[in-house]
Design a protein around this ligand. Structure first.
Ligand SMILES: NC(=O)c1ccc[n+]([C@@H]2O[C@H](COP(=O)([O-])OP(=O)(O)OC[C@H]3O[C@@H](n4cnc5c(N)ncnc54)[C@H](O)[C@@H]3O)[C@@H](O)[C@H]2O)c1
Length: 283
């Protein structure tokens, strides 16, 4: 769907890819962009920097992992601004560790990286199908197609997000609702580089764990959020399902699907090399 003249919603809009999506939507001629995030101060700062667009922007402080909160925010947008045409379910968190990660980290990852997409779709699908138009976009990750070293809660919940997007594309496209899934690899945002978030020592949303961070940054080019947003909006205009800002990810998917034993052996070798190098930087 072309965003020109459309009402759009973006979660995780106070930072990184979400904020870049807001800017790209504004410059693509979106009629209105509703910015949602649980970081109220981040939203205020982002809005203040976009004063000249203030009539086309609104902000909502919301925890997307809470169904009552996301439902209330979406209802407010539909009442006060109008029907949402394109919804970017983009907010995400990264928790590192393996099966030993705490239940809290597993469940928070589940809530934000998976259930948030379900809560938004549960509200929007009946409205969009009645209007026979709408576009639902989920930001998953290349970690949901391949894996990511050192961060099991992230890898697993992003796989679930991709599975959900696929299922929704199959089921809802016949109802007139487009579905897209954005799967970036490394992107220069506070999630991957916590030092980019000024004035905080709380790095709990981040992929800052050294193994996970090294794995992502050594896997290929680290893109700027603006690059990801441009590629994503073009993909949405072209009605593409899978949007891969890093084209090499398609090649990795082919390798994984055609010979998973070799792919696993290569991943194990990279994992051992990275863990070894991080324990002994001289190796
Ligand atoms: N940065 C990368 O390398 C990378 C790679 C692949 C996928 N992604 C995905 O891109 C999306 C955006 O991440 P980013 O890199 O821009 O990170 P970011 O940390 O810069 O932005 C994430 C935003 O989501 C918000 N958020 C987190 N939990 C929330 C909640 N419960 N409710 C509302 N808002 C919440 C944060 O406040 C923040 O503003 C995420 O889904 C992430 O998993 C990022």
């Amino acid at each position: 769907m072309d965003p020109t003249g459309r009402i759009c919603g973006v979660t995780g809009a106070a930072s990184g890819i979400g904020l870049a999506l807001v800017d790209e939507l504004l410059s693509s001629g979106a009629a209105h962009v509703a910015m949602m995030d649980f970081d109220g101060e981040g939203l205020r700062t982002a809005l203040a920097k976009r004063e000249r667009y203030s009539s086309r922007l609104s902000t909502y402080q919301v925890n997307v992992g809470s169904e009552p909160q996301i439902k209330a925010a979406l209802q407010k947008i539909e009442n006060e601004i109008g029907p949402i045409d394109i919804f970017f379910s983009n907010a995400g968190i990264s928790r590192s560790g393996g099966v030993d990660a705490s239940d809290e980290d597993w469940l928070d990852s589940w809530d934000v990286n998976v259930m948030a997409h379900i809560y938004a779709a549960r509200f929007l699908v009946p409205k969009m199908s009645e209007r026979k138009k709408g576009h639902l976009v989920q930001t998953a990750s290349a970690a949901g197609l391949l894996s990511v070293l050192g961060a099991a809660p992230y890898a697993v919940t992003k796989h679930a997000a991709v599975a959900l997007s696929e299922w929704m594309a199959i089921t809802y496209r016949p109802l007139g609702i487009s579905v897209s899934c954005i799967c970036p690899q490394g992107v220069r945002t506070p999630m991957l580089f916590p030092e980019l978030k000024k004035g905080t020592s709380d790095f709990s949303n981040t992929l800052a764990d050294t193994v996970a961070q090294s794995a992502v940054t050594s896997a290929g080019t680290v893109l700027e959020p603006g690059d990801v947003a441009r590629i994503a909006i073009q993909g949405i205009k072209d009605d593409k399902f899978l949007i891969l800002p890093h084209p090499e990810v398609a090649g990795f998917m082919v390798k994984k699907a055609s010979d998973i034993e070799t792919w696993l052996s290569q991943m194990i070798r990279i994992s051992e090399k990275l863990s070894g190098a991080l324990q002994d930087p001289l190796r």
